[in-house]
Design a protein around this ligand. Structure first.
Ligand code: UDP
Length: 332
């Protein structure tokens, strides 16, 4: 008997993952393959990297299709679930790619929902804590509607994801699609891009290069960092549930960006100055997920301690750094 086959039909369960070469899309792909799915990963490689799936070369259960999901998505055969993870996701990326970000959240979500509908498949939307904007409710619960500047520079991402959530609920209500929505809070771990501008790779990269750590603003703004393995477990559980309302997933351990910088220095043993730079427009002052819903619906909560996750991430980045060059260089 094929252990990976659906026991009722004897056929493989098939999942489509848009953004399959991204940080989260590639980890999700690994989790789905381990659970016995066949996975079709789709990515236009604008921010994703083929390196994130190179370990899957030769895996007969994995197929990669290079395609921009803001254009019509064609997938032959049956599909059980469509995971829509494609989008620039770091502030630097979506500031550089504002129109692509709006398109993949709007047109891309529409195409991915259309695919799910055509295949009578379930649909899973990767949404974000950015739907809460610069929040006036703390910690953030799913029933908080948020405080977003629609015409600000971050608006391209925030509003695209808010629209994506609205479209997902409309397909659920109008077409009866089995949809799920996760709101992902700051997540870190191996396969992040060292140059994506987010604070975790930024500070680790700076510490490894022996450069000052760049704190934006006074560093009193807070974030709550979740290790990728914890997040992916929550995503997998939500995908297998029949729950349609949005669910926050993240680690409720909150810290200031200054505390985070100090933790990176302590872990790397580096003694480097902290320098202050201007705070980007609309940078949220606080962020911490209320995960009561995930606890009760999914019996999920993060397990990986911050220090342990940070160490694993540091080990990953170290492997790609050639310090002798005095600059970060990807090892061939
Ligand atoms: N940040 C910083 N220095 C950096 C990069 C980011 O102080 O080199 C700050 C940023 O202003 C924000 C926080 O770190 O307050 C988290 O930023 P990130 O880009 O990781 O994601 P965000 O949570 O803002 O989406």
């Amino acid at each position: 008997m094929d252990l990976h086959a659906d026991t009722m039909t004897g056929r493989k369960r098939i999942a489509v993952v848009t953004g399959g070469c991204g940080f989260l899309g590639s980890h999700l792909t690994d989790r789905l393959l381990a659970a016995g799915f066949r996975v079709i990963g789709i990515d236009n490689l604008v921010t994703g990297s083929p390196r994130n799936i190179e370990h899957l070369a030769g895996n007969v259960d994995f197929e990669f299709v290079e395609h921009d999901v803001s254009r019509f998505i064609e997938v032959p055969g049956e599909v059980e679930i469509v995971f829509h993870f494609a989008s620039p996701a770091s502030p630097i990326d979506y500031l550089e790619l504002p129109i692509q970000t709006l398109k993949v959240g709007g047109l891309g979500t529409h195409n991915a929902l259309g695919l799910a509908r055509a295949k009578e498949a379930a649909f899973f939307l990767a949404s974000t804590s950015e739907v809460y904007g610069d929040p006036l409710v703390h910690p953030q619960t799913e029933d908080y509607w948020g405080n977003v500047n629609p015409i600000g520079v971050r608006g391209v991402y925030d509003e695209a994801k808010r629209y994506a959530e609205a479209l997902t609920m409309a397909y659920h209500r109008s077409h009866g699609i089995d949809t799920k929505i996760v709101r992902i809070f700051n997540t870190y771990g191996p396969r992040m891009r060292l140059d994506d501008g987010r604070v975790v790779p930024a500070f680790i990269g700076q510490a490894l290069r022996g450069e000052p750590l760049t704190i934006f603003g006074d560093g009193s703004q807070t974030r709550s960092f979740c290790y990728v393995d914890d997040l992916i477990e929550g995503i997998y559980r939500l995908s297998q549930s029949a729950y349609h309302e949005p669910v926050n997933l993240g680690n409720p351990r909150e810290m200031t960006i200054r505390e985070f910088a100090e933790a990176v220095l302590e872990l790397t043993g580096a003694s480097l100055p902290l320098v202050h730079q201007g705070l980007p427009a609309d940078d949220p002052k606080v962020r911490r997920p209320d995960i009561s819903r995930a606890k009760s619906v999914l019996q999920w909560e993060p397990k990986v301690a911050f220090e342990e996750g940070l160490q694993k991430t540091l080990d990953y980045f170290r492997a790609y750094v050639d310090r002798a060059q005095g600059s970060l260089r990807v090892k061939k």
